[in-house]
Design a protein around this ligand. Structure first.
Ligand SMILES: Cc1cc2nc3c(=O)[nH]c(=O)nc-3n(C[C@H](O)[C@H](O)[C@H](O)COP(=O)(O)OP(=O)(O)OC[C@H]3O[C@@H](n4cnc5c(N)ncnc54)[C@H](O)[C@@H]3O)c2cc1C
Length: 312
């Protein structure tokens, strides 16, 4: 249904080939602009390719969609090109008529506990990315007793996939009540129907084990006037693998950009504090951190860039 308009002679750099960057690049190309789309990874698709669980986007869906989007023409793709390492934002602003940043959230929050670097602990997003790229799922090691800390989609995806890979006991531990979980009721049911136990109102307070992980001690907590307060009761879960899914944050912030709540501050359709630079998707403040909103923000920024570039 989409056709490329005659070339406008304008060039736009799009950084990040995730849902936001792809939507922006496609819309700009459709409007006749020339787009250079760069991504630090060797493959495009962003979290559609490396993050969202395989059962949600099966059979190469992300790459098929990518090929379809690029089919509009006018988009040059540069994989393995990282903003901040291979090119600076200043250089992009100088070389292009506009820049769109769809960087996603490259950093993960770490567990603030002694021994959090020991074997058996890893960020859930790394585990999920490994699963998405694995040629042989049976070759991926998974614990016998798995604990996942967190309450969002990432926690559910790591927990369900641990069960599917053969883990005997999988527990999601979340610090607040079920109604506060980032994972929807549907996803919570999905986890439960795969034999995942969800424990709420619990925070990990100690990791134990000689060398690797053997058990995790939790404190029960409840919301009080001063935030989450310990009830005084504790319990221990045996665990040989622990996945942390306690949030992601912006990786390296490109120079000169104002932030808000740890993300790139934007106004209107993704205008950042730097003239000529737009941002959208997970890296931009105020969004819902969902694929559909990332796509909408990429498209809306493209329309705003187009308006700015064609203004007489
Ligand atoms: C485990 C997990 C499960 C999820 N499940 C769902 C779900 O079921 N439904 C849903 O709607 N949403 C889900 N989400 C959220 C959804 O994946 C994101 O909201 C969406 O991918 C955001 O798109 P984006 O383009 O902003 O960022 P991303 O998809 O993260 O893409 C960012 C891209 O930018 C590239 N990049 C980053 N930094 C640089 C740099 N310096 N230079 C060059 N390139 C760079 C990255 O390599 C990446 O390709 C999930 C997220 C996770 C982590």
């Amino acid at each position: 249904p989409f056709h490329r308009a005659p070339p406008t002679g304008r060039r736009v750099a799009v950084v990040g080939a995730g849902p936001a960057g792809l939507a922006c690049a496609h819309r700009l190309a459709m409007l006749g602009h020339e787009v250079v789309l760069m991504d630090a990874r060797a493959k495009g698709g962003g979290l559609n390719e490396f993050g969202i669980a395989a059962y949600k986007t099966p059979e190469g869906f992300a790459q098929e969609e990518l090929d379809w989007l690029l089919g509009i023409g006018g988009i040059t793709v540069e994989y393995g090109r990282r903003l901040g390492r291979d090119v600076t934002l200043k250089a992009l602003v100088e070389d292009f008529d506009a820049v769109f940043l769809g960087l996603g959230l490259g950093g993960v929050n770490a567990l603030d506990l002694e021994g959090a670097e020991r074997d058996g602990l890893r960020p859930a997003v790394d585990f999920i990315a490994e699963l998405r790229q694995a040629a042989d799922l049976a070759a991926i090691p998974v614990g016998r007793r798995v604990v996942v800390i967190g309450g969002g989609m990432t926690a559910v995806d790591a927990a369900v996939q641990s069960r599917l890979l053969g883990a005997e006991e999988v527990t999601i531990a979340y610090r607040r009540g079920r109604e506060k979980m980032g994972a929807s009721h549907h996803e919570q049911d999905h986890a439960a129907s795969h034999g995942v136990r969800i424990v709420t109102g619990a925070v990990p307070v100690a990791l134990r084990g000689e060398g690797g992980l053997a058990e995790v001690e939790f404190a029960y907590v409840a919301e009080g006037p001063a935030g989450l307060e310990e009830s005084g009761e504790r319990f221990v879960l045996r665990a040989d693998q622990l996945f942390t899914a306690i949030g992601q944050r912006l990786g390296e912030l490109p120079e000169g950009l104002a932030t808000e709540g740890g993300k790139i501050r934007v106004e209107g359709a993704g205008r950042t504090s730097l003239p000529g630079v737009w941002a959208g998707g997970d890296c931009a403040a105020g969004g819902a951190d969902l694929t559909v909103t990332a796509v909408a923000e990429g498209r809306d920024a493209a329309m705003d860039i187009h308006a700015a570039l064609t203004k007489t």
